[in-house]
Design a protein around this ligand. Structure first.
Ligand SMILES: CC1=C(CCC(=O)O)c2cc3nc(cc4[nH]c(cc5[nH]c(cc1n2)c(C)c5CCC(=O)O)c(CCC(=O)O)c4C)C(CCC(=O)O)=C3C
Ligand SMILES: [Fe+2]
Length: 373
């Protein structure tokens, strides 16, 4: 059966954006941090990460690969929707893309952001970007932001498999005693406290993904692995608390504990559940920095793959579009209840955010995709 995309006539992927060349790095960082009170030293340091890779972030190429995979998946499954792409911080900017969509006659589009979890940075700020774009473009299409997918089977299963594959890369003798070190982007504690409709969603959603992966890996291997949720890419002023432990500190602690107990140092599998593709945080903070920390500490280190263009993750996007289309049709014609798959302890995420969900620390601004729309 052909999937029915009605009421949608387009799909829009919204992402973070990244620099393409050395001259882009400083203006990109200015876009990201405008009005955010990030210390200059931190910007210089992060700039170095980009210069280390020739001034080019991998994120745009990863998104282009993802878009190509989406187009192929949509076409192969009879979902006849044009696919667009816009970013918050670098070209193609969301507003320019929305202008193009209006020019192409798009009336209503389903929108996926590349962040899987609730938080101001990963949710409401994108909703503000969408509101800004719609306000700036005459005749802009209606934009429906799709639900967060951290617990969608397409994401969870891709991450379970990448974890199993990474475990398989460890030496046989170190496998069972290995630690799974889950990693996501650190955010200020206050941003976690205001994430989701009642606060704390950012950490809670990650914890549910961690538990689900641990349990699924146990079903596959018969072994419940020791694990921890850790954080990377801390930014901001030093006196402002951000989520911890930092991944490097955690690796250091694992080595110290082994030392104290007179045990062999454990192998570690780093599982980047907070990042959907190999962008700068993954290739720098994990593959470069955390790998060097592990090497210095004498810990065997493997980094699990990100969801990337895993076919289940790609199909998930199509399934979310078709699901939301059915939800929107049912709201109009009272059609049957729509199945909304989700794995683990939390239900499928809401489609429209409640008022105040992932509150803006700088005060309320217009945001699309709220319950009032
Ligand atoms: C939750 C979250 C996600 C995941 C959700 C999502 O995907 O949106 C994310 C993604 C990303 N963050 C990225 C890059 C940066 N993030 C920064 C700064 C910050 N991130 C924050 C949070 C998040 N960030 C926060 C609270 C700040 C402090 C400033 C502020 O309050 O806004 C800075 C400034 C320098 C610094 O402070 O580190 C940079 C350069 C890139 C691109 C990487 C590439 O180029 O491949 C991506 C995908
Ligand atoms: Fe970030």
């Amino acid at each position: 059966m052909q999937p029915d995309p009605t009421p949608y006539d387009a799909f829009l992927l919204v992402s973070f954006g990244g620099p393409e060349k050395p001259e882009d790095v400083v203006p990109f960082l200015e876009n990201v941090t405008r009005g955010r009170g990030i210390p200059r030293e931190r910007l210089v340091e992060v700039g170095e990460h980009y210069f280390h890779f020739g001034g080019k972030s991998p994120i745009n190429e990863r998104n282009e690969e993802f878009l190509a995979a989406l187009r192929e998946d949509f076409a192969g499954n009879g979902l006849d929707l044009p696919v667009y792409w816009g970013n918050r911080n670098w070209a193609p900017f969301v507003t320019d893309t929305v202008r193009q969509m209006a020019a192409d006659g798009v009336k209503r589009a389903a929108v996926l952001t590349t962040s899987a979890y609730a938080s101001y940075s990963g949710c409401r700020q994108y909703r503000e970007n969408l509101a800004d774009a719609v306000a700036a473009v005459e005749g802009a299409p209606v934009l429906d932001r799709l639900r967060h997918y951290f617990n969608h089977p397409g994401f969870v299963e891709a991450m379970v498999d990448s974890t199993l594959t990474a475990l398989g890369e460890l030496a046989d003798r170190s496998r069972e005693s290995a630690h799974l070190v889950f990693v996501t982007h650190s955010i200020p504690e206050t941003m976690n406290a205001s994430s989701g409709p009642h606060g704390g969603s950012y950490v809670r959603e990650h914890e549910s993904v961690v538990e689900e992966i641990i349990e699924r890996v146990r079903l596959e291997t018969g072994h419940r692995y020791r694990h921890e949720l850790t954080f990377c890419s801390r930014s901001g002023a030093p006196h402002i608390p951000w989520l911890e432990p930092d991944v490097n500190d955690h690796l250091t602690k694992l080595a110290e504990i082994a030392e104290r107990l007179g045990q062999e140092r454990p192998a570690v599998v780093v599982v980047p559940i907070g990042f959907v593709s190999d962008h700068m945080e993954v290739v720098w903070d994990l593959d470069t920095e955390a790998a060097a920390t592990a090497e210095k500490l004498g810990l065997e280190f493997v980094r699990a793959a990100t969801a990337g263009i895993d076919p289940r993750f790609v199909s998930m996007v199509r399934e979310l579009v078709v699901e939301r289309a059915a939800v929107e049709r049912a709201a109009v014609d009272g059609g049957p209840e729509v199945e909304r798959p989700a794995e683990g302890s939390l239900p499928a995420c809401w489609d429209r955010c409640a008022p105040g969900c992932c509150a803006n620390p700088r005060g309320a601004r217009p945001a699309l995709g709220g319950a009032e729309q």
